[in-house]
Structures are given as C-alpha cells and as structure tokens.
Design a protein around this ligand. Structure first.
Ligand code: PLP
Length: 367
C-alpha cells in the first residue's frame, strides 16, 4: 500500500473551549490512568487515492463514525503508547519516540494498514505536546500519549479498508498501579492464550487486548492484578503479561527474559532495560523459560526477583504468582533490589535527571 505522500502540513485549530486552568490543576491533584484528557488531538487521514492528507491539531472531540466503518466489524486498529515528561530543567522530553514510530509501522504492515511516514508520526506527537504542554504534570506524573489508527471506510466486504484515520490523544497520568512500588500479584491462566505462532502477538493491535480481557477478569476473580500468558503451542513457556513484558533475576545475578519471535510484543521498555542491565555489567539471556522452571526456581531461590515492564507502569515487581491449584512467592513477596535499581536508572533517564548515554531522550523544540 505504498502511496507516496509528498508533504503534509499541519493546520492548527485551537480549542475555543479549553479546560479552565483551575479545573486542570485540581484534576492534577488526583491523577489516575487514562481518565483525563488534554484539550487537543492530532489527526491525519489516509485514503487510497489521496494518501496521507488533512493533518491537523484540533480540539479533542468525538469522530463521526459510520456504522459500517470497517474497524467496528473487522477490528483493523493499531496503537502506540508513549510519554512526555517534564525534565529537571523544565524541558518537555520524549523517550525514544522514533522506536514507537517504527513499531507503529510494523503493526500497520501486520494488519494490512497503510504505513505512516515516521516523520509524520513524530510531528503529530510533537505538535500535540506543543499545543498541550501545560498538560504535562510535574513531579511523579507524565503526559501519556496514545497514537492510534483505525479503518474508517464504510464497507462490509472483507478486505483491507481504503480509508483510515490516524490520531494522537494525550492524557496526564499518575502512577499506573495504585500503591506505587508495591509488587503486583499475577495469575497464570491455564485456559487462555494471548498469541499464537503466525498470529498478531507482535503487533500492537486492539484485538489482542480484546482477547486478553477475559483472562484479565479471571485474574481479578482470583485476587490478582494482572495475568501472565504462556505460549499457545505447548502451554509451557512464559511469554508476557496482557500489556507488559517480563524479566527474571537469577541467583547468579543474570537476567532472563523470553525471546521475541512473533508472539511477544517487542517492548521499548524491555529493550531499554536489556541495554541498561548490560551497561551495569549484568548478563541478560533472551531465552525460553518455562512456567515449571519459574515455580521450581522461585521455591529453590534460584530465581531471586521477577518484574514486568512497559511504558505505562515502567517497572513493576512481581511478588506473588497464582495458578490453578497453587501459588508461589518471589523474594518473599517483595520488590527486589535489582528491579528497583533498574527502575530507578530508567526513570531518571526518562525524566532527564541522569546521564543519557544512549541519546534516548529528545527535547521537544520550543518547550
Ligand atoms: C505495549 C505493550 C508492551 C510494552 O511495550 P513498551 O514499548 O515497553 O511500552 C508489552 N506487551 C504488550 C502486549 C504491549 O501491548
């Protein structure tokens, strides 16, 4: 679907009814995750004959959606998740945004959707943050950015749609898990899987999440925060959580994380932590790790710590794992030292508070 897009200029239509400052500051006092939204959104449209066009920053508002829109029937939808932080020097910064732009197109290819030139993706994100810079919370919070694309063509036949809408919205957020650094409890489902070989596990598409919700509900019914999925083929290997990758810290100081290979979402947090751990002199093995080994190693003390990671929650220690017929604890149910150290290292780079030796942090011009 390569339609050449010569050049796309964004038009700016300021929101004529922005949230009053006092209301915004009040809302900032008690930030949750994904409940409050900024004044604007970025939109770019795509059609078969025009390619990418109509780029704008405009007031955040509902889209008129035709009841026959392809996304409502066949779920052609992909998204990204990234954050803008207020750095120690007061700049607005993004963390490895070009990785999100690149991954977005990998998802687009898997879902037969048009690729968005990376430069346009990055411009949309930057221009939205520029328009809504006052929505970046200071302190612990950040402005969560949600780029996404969906098939908007009104057509019920089964083929890739010929019209799409790309959009970025922004949501000021506090900590993802209430209770801060408290470790999470996870449920290993025996019934459901997230991604099969040849499927869409490596694409960041809404459909993967739709399919994971019933397992997440099962986890909650078991008193757990999150679900961990095992592989679909053998139901043996640990893959990832519904929206986070997973790491294990072994008693020899090495780290283990399941290898990418089509069924696991290639997390940017995962990739960054592998690099940071290696910077620290730790060995990181990307290798299959079975649930049986995890259980045995937790009991014998061979696995010292476990944690989940992703943009929204950054790094969350895993304290307890429950499964049908039992449970085990890791590190006595507490978040471990290596986990805390890696979390601290990553967070301080993301917030522009420490040496960014890999040039991961990008300041948004003019802010
Ligand atoms: C987004 C996502 C992750 C984490 O990716 P990051 O780039 O680190 O935010 C992990 N697993 C799934 C299924 C995801 O959708």
């Amino acid at each position: 679907m390569a339609v050449e897009t010569a050049s796309v200029d964004f038009t700016f239509h300021p929101n004529s009814n922005p949230m009053p400052e006092a209301d915004r500051l009040k809302a900032f006092e008690n930030l949750g995750f994904g409940t409050l939204f900024s004044d604007h959104m970025a939109v770019i449209r795509w059609s078969m004959d025009r390619g990418w066009h109509g780029a704008e920053i405009t007031a955040r508002a509902p889209f008129p959606v035709d009841p026959a829109s392809a996304v409502l029937h066949y779920a052609q939808e992909i998204f990204e998740g990234m954050k803008a932080y207020r750095s120690a020097e007061g700049k607005a910064v993004l963390f490895r945004p070009e990785e999100n732009a690149r991954r977005f197109n990998e998802s687009a290819r898997r879902m037969s959707m048009p690729e968005l030139p990376e430069d346009l993706f990055l411009q949309a994100v930057e221009k939205l943050v520029q328009a809504d810079a006052k929505w970046i919370p200071t302190g612990e919070g950040s402005l969560y950015l949600r780029p996404f694309m969906f098939a908007s063509e009104a057509f019920l036949g089964v083929r890739p749609a010929r019209e799409y809408i790309f959009c970025v919205i922004a949501s000021p957020v506090g900590p993802y898990f209430k209770g801060g650094a408290k470790p999470v409890t996870i449920w290993a489902t025996a019934k459901y899987t997230r991604a099969a070989p040849g499927g869409t596990g490596a694409a960041k598409c809404g459909g993967n999440y739709a399919a994971s919700l019933v397992a997440q509900a099962e986890a909650q019914a078991q008193g757990c925060d999150q679900v961990v999925f095992l592989d679909a083929a053998e139901h043996k290997w640990v893959e990832e959580l519904g929206g986070m990758n997973v790491f294990f810290v072994m008693d020899d100081g090495s780290l283990v994380t399941p290898p990418l290979g089509g069924t696991i979402l290639p997390g940017i947090t995962r990739n960054s932590l592998i690099t940071l751990a290696r910077d620290e002199g730790l060995t990181v093995h990307e290798r299959p790790y079975s649930f049986e080994d995890w259980k045995a190693d937790a009991e014998s003390g061979k696995v010292k710590e476990a944690f989940a990671c992703g943009t929204a929650a950054v790094v969350a220690g895993i304290g307890t794992v429950k499964f049908p017929g039992g449970e085990f604890k890791i590190n006595g149910g507490e978040t471990g030292e290596v986990t805390l150290k890696l979390r601290e290292k990553l967070v301080s780079i993301q917030r522009g508070q420490s040496n960014d030796q890999h040039n991961w942090v990008q300041a948004i011009p003019g802010l």
